[in-house]
Ligand binder design. Structure first.
Ligand code: ASP
Length: 287
């Protein structure tokens, strides 16, 4: 059973790309990485806080966070506060596959990317017209943008491998070096070959305090469906944080049967497909 899912409406082309590749027998990790790179590298989708064309930090530098986790125990790689690279998830995958480490940050992550043959670009070539204008406006007004849109993708291949990946340029105009929930295992993503996988999006500074993706997968292990697991986690956080302090959070999850579910504290569009269905579906999950 192959299946694919992605956070937000702008994941649709990525989920469609995964659908086509998975049906041709592609491996989950390869399909996911290629689909992610298409969006990360497209400066038009930078406004969704991902990769090239994303919003810079308060010093004008685009710093990205990305991570990948396969369902096999211990298969995880991440980068954070990475600058100069248009495809951060590909670097995270190299961390997983080519190093004894799991997580590289900042200049060390950039040096590693260079060693691996990635072209490290000038920040100016990663900025788009839109992100440059938005940054100018920020400098004039000092008003930050409340925008949160991690691209989270999950792929299940026909051989029964599941992989989850996330990529984001993080909170617009953030403090340099700020890392969100996205690349943190258990917070922004989690996968377990016996159970399924989950990815989160939203206000990372808050999300990371609740480990929602680990919790979601744990609940699926205990027998809950993806949608019930996601809903239980969002309800649990809502109860603990309190209605007044609740923040933007969306979770998608997939089990090993290729069933997909989501829950959120805001209207949250997500895309999914599973083998047997003709096309990728976009659904908006209501809070
Ligand atoms: N969670 C990401 C962060 O806070 C952004 C997002 O998902 O929208 O960096």
């Amino acid at each position: 059973m192959a299946a694919a899912a992605g956070t937000w409406g702008f994941s649709l082309p990525a989920v469609e790309r995964m659908r086509q590749r998975l049906l041709r027998g592609g491996l989950a990790t390869d399909c996911l990485q290629e689909a992610m790179a298409d969006i990360e590298n497209d400066e038009e989708t930078g406004v969704f806080v991902v990769g090239r064309g994303g919003y810079p930090n308060k010093d004008g530098i685009i710093q990205c966070d990305a991570a990948i986790m396969e369902g096999q125990p211990g298969r995880f790689g991440a980068v954070a506060a990475l600058h100069g690279i248009g495809t951060p998830l590909a670097v995270a995958r190299k961390v997983m596959e080519e190093t004894p480490h799991s997580f590289l940050v900042g200049d060390g992550a950039v040096a590693f990317a260079k060693d691996q043959g990635f072209v490290v670009e000038d920040n100016s070539s990663l900025m788009s017209k839109k992100s440059t204008e938005a940054y100018q406006k920020y400098l004039e007004t000092k008003k930050t943008l409340k925008k949160h849109d991690t691209l989270g993708l999950i792929a299940l291949d026909i051989y029964g491998n599941i992989t989850v990946g996330v990529s984001t340029s993080g909170s617009p105009f953030k403090y340099p070096g700020r890392v969100g929930d996205s690349p943190l295992p258990g917070c922004g993503l989690f996968a377990d070959q016996e159970v399924g996988a989950a990815a989160a999006t939203g206000e990372g500074d808050k999300i990371m305090c609740f480990c929602p993706c680990f919790h979601t997968v744990l609940l699926m292990r205990q027998g809950l469906s993806p949608v019930d697991a996601c809903q239980t986690v969002v309800q649990d956080i809502l109860q603990r944080a309190g209605k007044e302090k609740m923040f933007e959070l969306g979770i998608i999850a997939m089990n090993m049967k290729g069933e997909v579910g989501a829950a959120s504290s805001v209207a949250f569009p997500y895309c999914s497909w599973s083998q047997g269905k003709d096309a990728v579906e976009q659904v908006t999950q209501q809070p």
